[in-house]
Structures are given as structure tokens and as C-alpha cells.
Design a protein around this ligand. Structure first.
Ligand SMILES: C[S@@+](CC[C@H](N)C(=O)[O-])C[C@H]1O[C@@H](n2cnc3c(N)ncnc32)[C@H](O)[C@@H]1O
Length: 282
């Protein structure tokens, strides 16, 4: 069987079910089975490479899963975040490209400080925590996650990337790290913030991201309130908070942080110009 024919057929099927990145996904899933990069797959297609029946069968299984709108990252088991190749799968939130910019805001703050302490609330795969731990020399990072299903992946990613400067805790963010009260330089969080009734349209999100990672109560702000209170407890006076939020929530989040006593509350836009993060000072 010609690899190029298999990929061309799959891309058409993916398009029919509404997958935007149809060709890329068909190439990446074939590459996952064949041990090739996307460029390697494209080169193999151009040179008319044929694949074995066993390889084709495995690729077809992956294509069936993707056609049912299972996320690409669940099938390959990998999500890329900044310099990290994170282990992901069913039960853990797949880190998003927009969160790379939130991690950048946190990293920029930490790079200004001497031996800072950072805390990531609701760490999921460990994406933000491990980005800080690997990109900021001398930084101590603490991360908390309460979902046992997510923690399976968090632990693997911490084993892979965390040195002695990063520590993972299992539990609710509201009462995490009491030993760090008023000692933390920066708190960062990408909490669940979707209002309960605003069910996402994309099946990849609606059916496969864990509900605990998506929904933040009736107005989407319930976990944000907890993040704000926990940050007040953990931060040194003058310490900084960085939070991600939905593009419609900029004003709400600023008002919440001001009401909780934060100052220098500032909204930040992503590359498409949408409000996606707020920074503030205790
Ligand atoms: C939107 S996901 C973000 C995950 C990761 N920080 C990222 O940016 O990819 C929110 C995470 O917070 C966790 N979470 C929700 N409520 C929590 C709580 N009360 N305490 C600890 N973790 C919580 C969820 O299980 C989920 O992993």
C-alpha cells in the first residue's frame, strides 16, 4: 500500500468530520506508527514509499480514533509545550498553545528575581510548573493537582523533567503548601474557567478533556476565587500572581483581584489580541 494514498484518503475523511488540521493529523498519526517525523512522512510520500499490511492496520486504528474526534495528543500520547514533550492521555488536560504565553509571563517575572519560589495551582500535566523549573535557573517550583487521573501523567512528567527544584503535591489548591504561607514570589494558575452551561463545541474538548479541568461553576469563576484567596495566603507582600482566563472574563478577573486586595492589576492579550491573562501584585 502506498503511504501517500492512505494519508490522502484519511485527510479527506478527517475533513468530512470537521477536523481543521486534516492533512497534518493524517501525516502525524502515520508518522507516529512508522517512527517518522512529519517531514519524514512527507518525504516518504513523495518518494512513493509502500508500507506493510501490519503498519497500515495500525495506522487505520489510529485514524479511526481520530475520526471519532479523539484528540491527536491522546492517540500519540504526547503534547508539546514550550521545550517540553509531555506525556498526556485520557484524564489529563492537554496543554494549549495560549498557555505558553501565560507561562512566558510567569517566567519573565521569575527571571527578574534571585532564587524565587513559584507555585502552580492546578498543574494538570505539569506544563507551566515544568516550564518554569526548566527555564528559570535557581527557581524552586511547587505544583498542586487534585485529580487522581491527571496525576498519573503529572507524576510521569515530573519524573522526566523535574530536578530537585520542583515538587508535586496531590490535593486541593485551597489548602496546599501551608509551609509556604507568605514565602512565595509568584503564583501562576490556569484554572478551570468555562461556565457550566457553556459546553464547548469541539468534540475533542467536550468529550475528552476532563470536566474538572474545564468547568468553573455557574459563571466559570468559582475556582478563580479559590486561586485568588490561595495566592493571597502564599505570596510574600509584593509577590506576583499570573492567571489565565477565558477571553470574555478579563474585566471580571480584574474586578475579583482588586476586590481581594491585589494592586497593579493588569490585563494581557494573546497573539490574536484577545484578553487571556491577568497579572497582579499582593
Ligand atoms: C485548565 S486545567 C490546566 C492544567 C495545566 N495547568 C495547563 O495549563 O495545561 C485546570 C487543572 O486544575 C485542576 N484543578 C481543578 N480544580 C482544582 C482544585 N480545587 N485543586 C487542585 N487542582 C484543581 C484540574 O484537575 C486541571 O488539571
Amino acid at each position: 500500500m502506498l503511504l501517500g494514498d492512505i494519508i490522502g484518503h484519511a485527510a479527506k475523511q478527517f475533513e468530512k468530520v470537521g477536523i481543521d488540521s486534516a492533512v497534518a493529523d493524517a501525516e502525524l498519526l502515520a508518522g507516529h506508527v512508522l517512527g517518522l517525523s512529519r517531514g519524514g512522512v512527507q518525504a516518504a510520500c513523495i518518494s512513493g514509499v509502500e508500507i506493510s499490511t501490519e503498519e497500515a492496520d495500525q495506522i487505520f486504528i489510529n485514524y479511526g480514533r481520530r475520526q471519532a474526534r479523539e484528540p491527536l495528543q491522546h492517540i500519540t500520547g504526547v503534547a508539546y509545550f514550550r521545550n517540553l514533550e509531555l506525556n498526556v492521555g485520557s484524564g489529563v488536560f492537554i496543554p494549549r498553545p495560549e498557555t505558553e504565553f501565560v507561562a512566558q509571563l510567569a517566567i519573565n517575572e521569575l527571571l527578574e528575581l534571585d532564587s524565587p519560589i513559584a507555585v502552580d495551582l492546578g498543574t494538570g500535566s505539569g506544563a507551566i510548573a515544568l516550564a518554569m523549573a526548566t527555564e528559570v535557573a535557581g527557581c524552586k517550583v511547587f505544583a498542586v493537582e487534585k485529580s487522581p487521573e491527571a496525576l498519573v501523567y503529572t507524576q510521569k512528567n515530573f519524573e522526566k523533567y523535574a530536578g530537585s527544584n520542583a515538587q508535586l503535591a496531590d490535593g486541593d489548591l485551597s489548602n496546599c503548601f501551608p509551609e509556604l504561607n507568605e514565602k512565595v514570589s509568584l503564583v501562576v494558575s490556569n484554572p478551570p474557567y468555562i461556565p457550566e452551561q457553556a459546553i464547548p463545541r469541539d468534540p475533542e474538548v467536550r468529550l475528552f478533556d476532563p470536566a474538572q479541568a474545564l468547568y468553573g461553576g455557574a459563571d466559570g469563576m468559582s475556582v478563580m476565587h479559590k486561586v485568588s484567596a490561595t495566592a493571597r495566603r502564599l505570596l510574600v507582600p509584593g509577590g506576583r500572581l499570573v492567571v489565565e482566563h477565558a477571553d470574555s472574563q478579563g474585566l471580571q478577573v480584574c474586578q475579583l483581584l482588586l476586590a481581594d486586595g491585589f494592586s497593579q492589576v493588569q490585563s494581557h492579550q494573546d497573539l490574536t489580541g484577545r484578553d487571556r491573562a491577568v497579572t497582579a501584585t499582593k
